[in-house]
Design a protein around this ligand. Structure first.
Ligand SMILES: [Fe+2]
Ligand SMILES: [Fe+2]
Length: 256
């Protein structure tokens, strides 16, 4: 969702210590690469590894970040043991490295919505993707529910996952905020996210935005695994509703 070029990559390599691994919930690891120069405060690109009998990765990262992200995964577990590869939608930061991940993990399958598979993934993935189940994907440690979120925050095929075992929402680009942030915070993320939206304009201000965010809030997540910025622990529903309120105000202002 952001400008990303070879200069950013070179700087990330030069500061390899900036790819960090933190356990933000039970058997949920946040892999985070901070990039300077994307906004004045820098910007993080995060992947989430849910370990268990069938390790599940949410976001592959950019293709060019694969050396850093794969090394980080290997600090937690051998990458070849990955079973599931998931991501919110079709953008380079979400899935640029998908085929490199598939090559590194021979047992792994990409899992997404039937729509995403039909529109893009059958063509893009080096091995056939599989559709998310209607019910729960039990990975032996996590119980994951796929939630289609078309056009929220962007892209037709967008979708997120909720882990019933830990009440964690893999929130993707929702609540995106800038800066070199702590791995996990109890501080408000909604105001920084709305401020960030003010200059990225990454969210589709569509008619289904607020109902979709309310659908996610109704899950009452206690951890929000946010792709760009800190992850959040606390009243996740309140964070999502505050985000929706802010978007509502923006939409109201846009039609004045
Ligand atoms: Fe995105
Ligand atoms: Fe993203």
């Amino acid at each position: 969702m952001c400008n990303f070029n070879a200069t950013h990559l070179a700087k990330a390599h030069a500061k390899a210590m900036d790819t960090t691994v933190d356990e933000i919930g039970p058997d949920i690891y946040r892999i985070s690469t901070w990039m300077p120069d994307i906004t004045e405060h820098g910007f993080t690109f995060n992947q989430f590894l849910l370990t268990g009998d069938e390790p599940f990765l949410f976001h592959c990262g950019h293709r060019q970040l694969f050396p850093l992200v794969s090394a980080a995964i290997n600090k937690v577990m051998p990458i070849e043991k990955l079973r599931w590869i998931a991501f919110g939608h079709l953008e380079a930061d979400e899935c640029g490295a998908v085929n490199l991940m598939l090559a590194a993990a021979p047992q792994a399958e990409v899992i997404h919505s039937p729509l995403a598979i039909m529109v893009s993934l059958t063509d893009l993935c080096d091995r056939p993707p599989v559709p998310a189940p209607d019910g729960v994907l039990d990975t032996g440690g996590h119980r994951l529910q796929f939630i289609a979120t078309p056009h929220v925050p962007h892209n037709w095929e967008a979708g997120l996952w909720f882990d019933e075992a830990t009440s964690t929402l893999l929130a993707g680009d929702l609540l995106t905020h800038v800066g070199k942030c702590p791995a996990l915070t109890e501080s408000d993320c909604s105001a920084p996210a709305l401020e960030t939206e003010g200059f990225f304009h990454a969210t589709g201000l569509t008619t289904n935005l607020l109902p979709t965010i309310e659908q996610l809030a109704a899950l009452n997540p206690t951890t929000l695994a946010i792709m760009h910025g800190s992850s959040y622990t606390g009243d996740g529903a309140a964070q999502l509703r505050a985000l929706a309120d802010g978007y509502g105000a923006m939409m109201g202002a846009s039609v004045q």
